[in-house]
Design a protein. Sequence first.
Length: 202
Amino acid sequence: MSGVGVLTAQVVDPNWLGGNGNWSTNSQWSNSTLPGNSQRAVINSSGVPSIVTLDVNATIAQLQVGATHSLVIANNRSLTLSGGSGGITNDGAISLNASANLTQIILAGGNAFTFSGTGVLSLSNHSSNRIYGSTNTESLTNASGHTIQGSGSLGLGLLAISNAGLIQANQATALVIVPTATGVANSGTLSAPNSATLKRQN
């Protein structure tokens, strides 16, 4: 009696095909559809460096940004991460570009997230940049080698925060860290050079 094989669908991560453009352009992604909430969006094409602008609100599981590549989260847009593990692997540049409206990275689903890699996540010089958890049960680890810098709010009292990398206020508008009641577990560097303001509220 011959065996019966079972075929399982393999999830293929959508990859940005290269060059500058808007996230909402289907044809710029390898599967010709926008990344979904169970997928890892990958911006790491070979060849010409890419600048991808998040021009719509999006929900994905995870994000990878390669060296020489950038993701710009435009003013009044939000990127929600729903992944059960992982988070953001950033070896390039990610920016939250609030200029008047809330501009956000939201960590969801009660999961543990890590921002890793050798890249920089920069927040523009505006208080409307926010990184926080959606249910008060999420956690964020900023891993060794990764930098979060700029202005705005980190935590909003809704996110347990561990820092093994660099979190830095470096602009006129303050960077305010408000974790959950567990506080900030810091084995890295928290800094505010050149008269910048870093507020840490436990």
